[in-house]
Design a protein around this ligand. Structure first.
Ligand SMILES: Nc1ncnc2c1ncn2[C@@H]1O[C@H](COP(=O)(O)OP(=O)(O)OP(=O)(O)O)[C@@H](O)[C@H]1O
Length: 438
């Protein structure tokens, strides 16, 4: 990050004056693939690239949000930063100390400083312990408080601090509402007086009416205790008033980082733009049409080549010698993507023709699939492109999928599929990785 900005609690986050609490560089977390039959067929060395080269910095008193759809690797990133997972590669420094080099025993001391709040508070609280026991257990391990009475007193203070009553110390987690359970989860995270909290979807399991209360609580605590907060969420609307900076994650990579207001006002990456288009905006001028992304996040077992978002990107870049419009290119590129995903289904087409009493020979099936693909846009495409679509579809119907893929990959190349985009600065403290802005 460069330059100066104000954190939500009013302090400057100037590189020169504001200390870096957490600095992740090139962090990767790959999981060995489970030992199933399909996995064996896919190759022994296949690994799930859940986090794949992430750089992230959190300054003192700053809230950084990591956002992205489900399955983008956000939780894995959070857990890897906290050393709950061993990083496959990369560096994680907490106030200058390299955490990935520490032994378990050495890490235990640092855990005091970095705590986690989980999505499902009930699952993360021991049901057989009272709240008092839950709060006092970490204090005992870390030698906080000289006596049980002193620890009980500290636990009471914590409960009050998170908006619960001190007489609730003897209750069990199940006796609390969801929002109250999350308050207990937050109190537990605070027992060791950490200076960094990683909150993984802390409100997404709660009723909407309770979400704002928990977000307010986190913000109040942050102001009061000068905490740094790494806030993980799939919901961009949650971060608007909470985060100082946002890192947008897609399929294991950070694709855009910016101060929150800048990200909302001037998003650069098409993925960010599509996430933002789903956020309700009060200002009518700021409203944009909803950009619907097709499909879900691809498997991190075999992530797409080039820009990982290219298979779903509504702004995929045509090659320099493309003769049609950008819109026309995106249509043929979509065909290429569908074909690669095995979504062109000759048998379903044949069934439909049969049901309609039409001929089901290969020629008719090809025509039916091509018509479905072009759907009244034939005239808007260069003639060569139509020919390629016809030939590739014929290859699919003949059972030669490899030939079909070859044809479309050669005829409809895109820098987005061919080359990984560089992360470039697009403004003050604003970076993005997209071929459109290189
Ligand atoms: N222990 C594991 N072994 C194998 N794959 C895993 C493991 N943990 C996560 N993954 C895979 O890594 C990818 C990223 O998962 P992760 O939970 O980090 O994503 P996420 O963005 O936090 O999504 P969600 O909000 O749904 O948890 C997913 O494809 C997931 O299936």
């Amino acid at each position: 990050m460069s330059g100066t900005q104000q954190t939500r609690n009013g302090t400057d986050t100037d590189d020169a004056s504001n200390e870096v609490v957490l600095e992740a560089t090139g962090v990767k977390k790959y999981f060995a693939q489970a030992d199933g039959m399909l996995d064996k067929l896919l190759g022994e060395n296949a690994s799930v690239k859940a986090v794949d080269g992430v750089d992230l910095t959190v300054h003192e008193g700053e809230t950084v949000a990591v956002v992205g759809e489900s399955g983008c690797g956000k939780s894995t990133l959070g857990r890897t930063l906290l050393q709950h997972h061993d990083a496959t590669a990369g560096s994680v420094r907490y106030r200058g100390t390299e955490l990935t080099d520490l032994s378990d025993r050495e890490m235990r001391t640092h855990r005091r400083n970095i705590q986690m709040v989980f999505q499902d508070p009930l699952a993360s609280l021991n049901p057989r312990q009272t709240v008092g026991q839950i709060l006092k257990a970490p204090m005992e391990v870390h030698g906080i408080g000289d006596s049980n009475e002193e620890r009980t007193e500290l636990a009471r203070d914590l409960l009050e601090r998170v908006g619960l009553k001190e007489n609730q110390l003897e209750r069990y987690p199940k006796q609390f509402s969801g929002g109250q359970q999350q308050r207990v989860g937050i109190a537990r995270a605070l027992t060791l007086e950490p200076d960094l909290i990683v909150a993984d979807e802390p409100v997404s399991a709660l009723d909407v009416s309770v979400q704002a209360q928990i977000l307010n609580l986190l913000q109040e605590l942050q102001d009061e205790l000068n905490l740094s907060l790494l806030f993980i969420t799939h919901d961009l609307s949650v971060v608007r008033y909470l985060a100082d900076r946002v890192a947008v994650m897609y399929l294991g990579e950070i694709v855009e980082t910016a101060p929150t207001d800048e990200l909302f006002d001037n998003p650069q990456h098409p993925y960010t733009q599509s996430l933002l288009s789903a956020v309700p905006r009060i200002d009518p001028e700021a409203r944009t049409d909803r950009i619907l992304l097709e499909g879900s996040v691809p498997s991190p077992l075999h992530p797409p080549s080039g820009c990982r978002f290219h298979t779903r990107c509504p702004k995929v870049v045509p090659p320099s010698d493309w003769e049609g419009s950008e819109e026309a290119f995106r249509r043929v590129f979509r065909y290429r993507t569908r074909l690669a995903a095995g979504e062109l289904d000759p048998e379903a087409a044949r069934e439909r023709l049969r049901a309609e009493g039409e001929s089901t020979d290969d020629g008719h099936v090809v025509d039916h699939l091509v018509d479905g693909t072009l759907r009244g846009t034939r005239e808007t495409l260069p003639a060569d492109a139509v020919t390629v679509i016809e030939e590739a579809t014929a290859a699919v119907v003949a059972g030669n999928d490899d030939r079909a893929s070859e044809l479309v990959e050669e005829a409809f190349p895109s820098p987005c599929a061919g080359k990984t985009p560089e992360t470039v600065a697009v403004g003050d403290a604003h970076t993005a990785a997209c071929h459109r802005i290189e």
